[in-house]
Every structure is written in structure tokens, then in C-alpha cells.
Design a protein around this ligand. Structure first.
Ligand code: FDA
Length: 308
């Protein structure tokens, strides 16, 4: 109930104005967002690299209905990728892109524009010597995102995608994508979805996550295990061992600011660990999804507003 209220608020412009206008929100946002500028993102990347970790950088933004804003987002990614190249970070940092930030929802030719824009970002990534992963948004976008993935992979076969274990369809999507050269980031799913398309019960989502993980680990692609759940991490380690995978043939991924100690432990023990680092001004939707994932975050947030 709390989760769905927060996820509804994540898409409400009214609540957005209230939360953004409150100066006391900023210190809490900082826990999950590395900063507003590419320099902030690069300095977080350097710090994580120095602890043996990898990074995927997300220039925050989503759901744009403005073609100019979509173009600006492409330019922001191009700038970020040129900084990654100039700083010699391409072996450590890739980028994650939400197609709704680059035009997928534009009323005319949205999908076509998103594909063209994503292609520009992939070109910049290829020039920098790194990769792109497409984030996955709510279920109404899944077919479109996987279609764009297919098109991008013709020229940029290393383009990755996120699959969400809470969707009923995802086991089949995992089967389709568990192929040579395919990079799949498996997460549980962060949006509010109806029972007609998604498991509602946490235990069911977890069981689906394990089934999907097994398909990916047994397949020929490159699984990216995006979860902070200690059980999922441990099951992934066992499944990888059973499938005869070495440490370089899959990776663990977690979000910036969440279970940082566990991130360091995995990296110190020789696992490949990538941190999803979000930066930029458009933090509202991302921040609200982080609150929705864990009630304790909301309590922490509300307490910080009251006690300041
Ligand atoms: P679960 O929610 O069961 O949490 C397990 C434990 O992790 C909790 O008990 C707590 O200790 C800790 N934890 C989890 N979330 C926390 C939080 N917000 N704050 C503090 N502690 C927390 N989703 C999506 O729909 N599309 C996408 O493209 C992506 N992309 C993505 C990339 C990466 C790298 C990650 C790690 C996650 C995503 N997600 C996502 C989000 C994902 O779907 C999911 O909502 C969160 O990862 C939380 O699920 P867990 O698997 O961590 O387990």
C-alpha cells in the first residue's frame, strides 16, 4: 500500500513540486544521487574504481514529452562519454539510459526518435570504448524497449538491457536473450504494476528472480545480477559456480548509496561489482522509487524533515 502510494507520487507533478521545493530534501537525496554535474559523477566513479569496483552512469531524467529535452539528454550523455574517454575510465565506466528520457513517449514518432537518440549515445560509447545498457521502465514500454534493443544490437552488439523479474513474461525474455554476446541486467522491478502482468507477492517475485537467474547463468550471454538482496546474491554465486562460470563471465550490480559495505565485500573477494551511479538535476522519480523500495528510507526522510 505504502509502496504503491509512493510510486503513484513518483509520477505526480503536484507532489514533485512540494518535495523539490523543500530545501531539507537535498541532504537525503544525496544518499542516492552522486551529484548534479558530470564532474560529480566522475569523482564518484574514481572513488569506486579505487575500491576495485565498476560503474554505470545514469544521467537522471525520464518521461519527457519535449523533443528539445530529449536532445539535451543525448548531449549530456555524449559529454559524459567524452569525459569517461578523456579520464581513461572506459574500462571501468559504462552508461545506463532510460528510453523515455530520449523521446520514447513523444506523441509523434516517439519510438523512432528514441531509437535514433539511443543510437547517437551508442556511437559516443563506441568512440569512448565502453558500452550502454537500456534501463527498463513500466510494462507498457517493455516491447518497445526490447525492439529498440534488437535494432541497436545490429550495429552495437554489446548493448545491454534490463529485465524485471516481477513481470510474468520475463522468464521467456530471459530465454530469448540468454545468447552469445547478450548483456542482461536482471532486477526485481521498481514500478507499480497490475496483477495482470506482474507478481504482486514478494516471495513470488523472488522465486521468479531465481528462475530467471538460472536461465541466464545457464545460457551463453553475460548476466548482470542487479540486487541488494543477500539471498539473491548468494544464489547467483552458487548458480554461476554450477554453470562453470568464472568471475569475469558475469557481474553483481547495486545502486549507489545502498549496501555499500556489501559492495566492498564482493569486490574485495574478487567478484566483479558494478555500482549504478545516478547524477543530475532530475532526481525526483529515481529518488521516490528508492523510498518506495524500503519503508525505512521514508522514515529516515520524514525524520530528517522534522528534526532539521
Ligand atoms: P529487495 O527490494 O528485496 O531488497 C533487499 C535488501 O536490499 C533490503 O532488505 C535492503 O536491505 C536493501 N535495499 C533494497 N532497496 C533499498 C533501498 N532503496 N534503500 C536501502 N536499502 C535497500 N528497476 C527497474 O524497474 N528498472 C531498471 O532499469 C532498474 N535498474 C536497476 C539497476 C541496478 C544496478 C539495480 C541494483 C537495481 C535496478 N532497479 C531497476 C531496481 C530494482 O528493480 C529494485 O527495485 C531494487 O534493486 C530493490 O530490489 P532488490 O533486488 O535490491 O531486493
Amino acid at each position: 500500500m505504502l509502496r504503491s502510494t509512493l510510486l503513484a507520487a513518483a509520477r505526480s507533478q503536484g507532489v514533485r513540486r512540494l518535495v523539490e521545493a523543500n530545501p531539507l530534501t537535498k541532504p537525503v537525496v544525496k544518499r542516492f544521487v552522486a551529484g548534479t554535474t558530470p564532474e560529480d559523477a566522475v569523482s564518484a566513479t574514481r572513488a569506486l574504481r579505487n575500491q576495485g569496483m565498476h560503474v554505470t552512469l545514469d544521467h537522471l531524467g525520464e518521461d519527457t514529452l519535449d523533443a528539445q529535452q530529449a536532445d539535451d539528454t543525448v548531449r549530456a550523455y555524449q559529454r559524459m562519454l567524452s569525459v569517461i574517454k578523456a579520464e581513461g575510465l572506459a574500462d571501468r565506466a559504462e552508461v545506463s539510459v532510460k528510453l523515455s528520457a530520449v523521446g520514447q513517449f513523444l506523441p509523434t514518432d516517439g519510438e523512432k526518435i528514441a531509437l535514433e537518440n539511443a543510437r547517437l549515445i551508442c556511437e559516443a560509447a563506441a568512440d569512448a570504448g565502453t558500452t550502454v545498457t537500456l534501463d527498463m521502465e513500466d510494462h507498457t514500454t517493455t516491447d518497445s524497449t526490447l525492439g529498440i534493443l534488437r535494432d541497436l544490437r545490429v550495429d552495437f552488439p554489446w548493448t545491454g538491457a534490463v529485465l524485471q523479474a516481477y513481470l510474468h513474461r520475463t522468464e521467456q525474455d530471459c530465454r530469448d536473450l540468454a545468447t552469445e554476446g547478450s548483456r542482461v541486467r536482471l532486477c526485481k522491478g521498481a514500478y507499480s504494476e497490475p496483477a495482470s502482468v506482474a507478481y504482486q507477492d514478494k516471495a513470488e517475485v523472488d522465486r521468479s528472480y531465481v528462475r530467471c537467474l538460472k536461465i541466464l547463468m545457464d545460457g551463453a550471454g553475460y548476466p548482470m545480477v542487479a540486487s541488494h538482496d543477500p539471498r539473491m546474491v548468494s544464489i547467483a554465486t552458487d548458480l554461476a559456480a554450477r554453470a562453470g562460470r568464472d568471475a569475469d563471465s558475469f557481474e553483481y550490480q547495486m545502486l549507489y548509496g545502498i549496501r555499500a559495505e556489501e559492495q566492498r565485500r564482493i569486490a574485495a573477494e574478487g567478484g566483479k561489482l558494478r555500482v549504478y551511479v545516478a547524477y543530475g538535476d532530475e532526481w525526483y522519480g529515481y529518488f521516490m522509487r528508492r523510498l518506495a523500495e524500503r519503508p525505512a528510507n521514508l522514515v529516515f526522510f520524514l525524520r530528517s524533515l522534522i528534526t532539521q
